[in-house]
Design a binder for this molecule. Structure first.
Ligand SMILES: [Zn+2]
Length: 90
């Protein structure tokens, strides 16, 4: 696969912003960009903590799973213990 085709495919993968649960164990997707539902994903993800995007299999349940990216919503102020556990200093 050429790099160009890879980039085209990436552009078609939706991005959900997430907040971190109070427990620090889960990412919470509210109003999923694909299905509008709420989804939960494991939050031990340093890539997301560092401001990157992490590709996950979707939890949309529509059988069209190209997955989506998760990206942190910094405005949601993740709990301090999550930052420590994931190993990123703030
Ligand atoms: Zn969904």
């Amino acid at each position: 696969m050429s790099a160009e085709i890879g980039a085209d495919r990436d552009r078609q993968i939706p991005v959900n912003t997430v907040r971190v649960s109070d427990s620090g164990k889960q990412f919470i997707v509210e109003n999923c960009v694909r299905c509008g539902d709420t989804h939960y994903h494991g939050a031990m993800d340093r890539t997301v903590a560092e401001g990157g995007r992490s590709h996950r299999a979707s939890h949309c349940g529509d059988g069209l799973d190209g997955g989506y990216y998760l990206e942190l919503d910094h405005a949601a102020e993740p709990p301090a213990h999550w930052w420590r556990r994931v190993g990123v200093s703030q």
